[in-house]
Design a protein around this ligand. Sequence first.
Ligand SMILES: [Fe+2]
Length: 207
Amino acid sequence: MENTMKNFVVPAEVFFEQIPIGPMANFAYLIGDRHSGEVALVDPGWEIPRLLDMIKQKKCFLTAVLLTHGHYDHIDGLAELLDDQDVPVYISRADADFFKVQAGHLVKTVDGDNIKIGGIELECIAAPGHTPGCQLYRYKNILLTGDVLFFDACGRCDLPGSDPAAMETTLRKIKQFPDDTLIFSGHGYGRKSWDTLANQKKTNPFL
Ligand SMILES: [Fe+2]
């Protein structure tokens, strides 16, 4: 995927991988503690054997699954993954209930909750609009936006559970984050795979 900007830099203590998966240009992510090798897998929608293989090859250990929201293209690999890995699955309470998400060890989160992956702590940020319980995950300058914010676009607000007014509030909240925030979204639509918030404020008409 083409990205004319120089490569992004994440904090030294962080293990981070962006992984294009499936037929709908989804991104899964591995994020965790570079020193201990503990990682969380974000949005395991497709290609579970490949993702598990990658975790093994990188000498990492899966300690959690994080879901940005309850749409099938972000969660459909869950059962297959949990067959192999006994780890907690984090999702917002709102989306867990709305989509009736099933998982062995489901942890329902609310805005402001923190999730520890080894030595790093991710913050859960409620971001309703695309779905009732879309949730961003943030660590320092890394922001995983799921289907809330895309490059020069935002998520659809015409689906069951969508709320355009809530999306406006969510986008205003994202605008308040520091300009050097790195945006990593749930799909690789268009030519970019990541961007800074500063750049998105200039080019994204929804911000
Ligand atoms: Fe979605």
